[in-house]
Design a protein around this ligand. Structure first.
Ligand code: ZN
Length: 277
C-alpha cells in the first residue's frame, strides 16, 4: 500500500481509491489509527503495521466521520477503543451507513476477512476543545459538520508534536463536497482558520489527497474552500453561471467530480429556496 507521508511517529497510508488516507500515529502512550481503509489488502497492510509497532500499547481508532469509505475497515480493528463525534455515535442513521458499506463491497465483489459493522463509540467528542488524554498524549476535538452531519477535527498532540486530522475537509484534490449544509460547512472552515492560528499544526492530514506540512498551504486550502462555497452561493442568487474553467484548473479529476459539483448546486439552491420561504 502506498505510504504517502512518513515521519517519526506518523505514517499516512493512501488508498488506490480516491487517494483516501488512513493515518497511524504512534506516541509513547498509544497507537491511533484514523479511518482505516479501503480495499481488503490495504486494510490488512495497516493492520499488520499496527501489530508490528504496537509493543503493548493500546490501540485507538478514530473515525473522522461516518461516510462509508472512512468506516469500511473498522472490522479489522474490533479490539480497539473507538473515537468519534457525538453525532456519529447518536444521530447518524447507523443502518443506512452500514448498508452503504455493504452495498459497495457487493458492487465490487469484495470479500473481507472481518465483519462489516457500524462502530460503537467509546470516546465521544461532544464539545469544541474537549480533550482526551492518555499519558502525555492529548487528542483535542472540534465537531465539524457541513460535509456531512458528524465530522470531527482532531488535533493530536504529544511531546511538542501537533497533527491535525481533518477528515473530508481541506483536501488538495477535492473542492467541498457538501452533503449536509453549506452554512455549517462555512462555519467549519472558519473554525479551521482559528485552529490553524491557535495550534499551528506541523501536519494537516485530509481525508483524500496529500497531507501538507505547509501552513501557507493550509491557509490556501481554507480560502479555496470558502471561496468555492461563496462563489456558488452568489452564482445561484444572481442566476449566473459558475466559473467552471477555473475550478477544473484547480481540481484535476473533473470527470469523476462534476456530479458532486452539480449536487452542491442543487443542495445550495434548496437552501436558498428554503430561506426565501
Ligand atoms: Zn471521504
Amino acid at each position: 500500500m502506498k505510504i504517502q507521508y512518513a515521519a517519526p511517529g506518523i505514517r499516512v497510508f493512501e488508498s488506490a481509491l480516491f487517494q483516501t488516507t488512513a493515518t497511524v500515529l504512534d506516541t509513547p502512550d498509544l497507537v491511533l489509527v484514523v479511518d482505516p481503509n479501503w480495499l481488503p489488502e490495504e486494510v490488512m497492510a495497516i493492520r499488520r503495521y499496527v501489530d508490528d509497532i504496537l509493543d503493548g500499547r493500546p490501540v485507538y481508532v478514530l473515525f473522522t466521520h461516518s461516510d462509508y469509505d472512512h468506516i469500511i475497515g473498522y472490522g479489522a480493528f474490533m479490539e480497539a477503543k473507538t473515537i468519534a463525534s457525538e453525532a456519529f455515535a447518536t444521530e447518524t442513521d447507523q443502518d443506512a451507513a452500514l448498508a452503504r458499506v455493504k452495498k459497495w463491497d457487493q458492487e465490487y465483489y469484495i470479500e473481507r476477512d472481518y465483519p462489516a459493522l457500524y462502530p460503537q463509540i467509546d470516546v465521544v467528542a461532544r464539545q469544541p476543545g474537549q480533550a482526551f488524554a492518555l499519558g502525555k498524549t492529548r487528542l483535542i476535538f472540534f465537531p465539524a459538520p457541513g460535509h456531512n452531519n458528524d465530522g470531527l477535527f482532531t488535533l493530536a498532540t504529544w511531546e511538542g508534536r501537533c497533527i491535525w486530522l481533518a477528515g473530508d475537509y481541506l483536501s488538495a484534490v477535492e473542492f467541498p463536497f457538501i452533503y449536509h449544509s453549506s452554512e455549517a460547512y462555512e462555519q467549519t472552515l472558519h473554525l479551521a482558520a482559528e485552529i490553524l492560528e491557535q495550534y499551528q499544526p506541523e501536519l494537516l492530514v485530509a481525508g483524500h489527497g496529500p497531507a501538507t506540512v505547509s501552513q501557507k498551504e493550509m491557509t490556501q486550502r481554507i480560502s479555496d474552500a470558502l471561496s468555492y462555497i461563496q462563489t456558488m452561493r452568489q452564482c445561484i442568487r444572481e442566476n449566473l453561471p459558475f466559473p467552471e474553467e477555473h475550478l477544473w484548473q484547480r481540481y484535476l479529476f473533473r470527470k469523476g467530480q462534476e456530479s458532486f459539483h452539480q449536487d452542491n448546486a442543487v443542495l445550495m439552491q434548496k437552501e436558498l429556496d428554503a430561506q426565501r420561504g
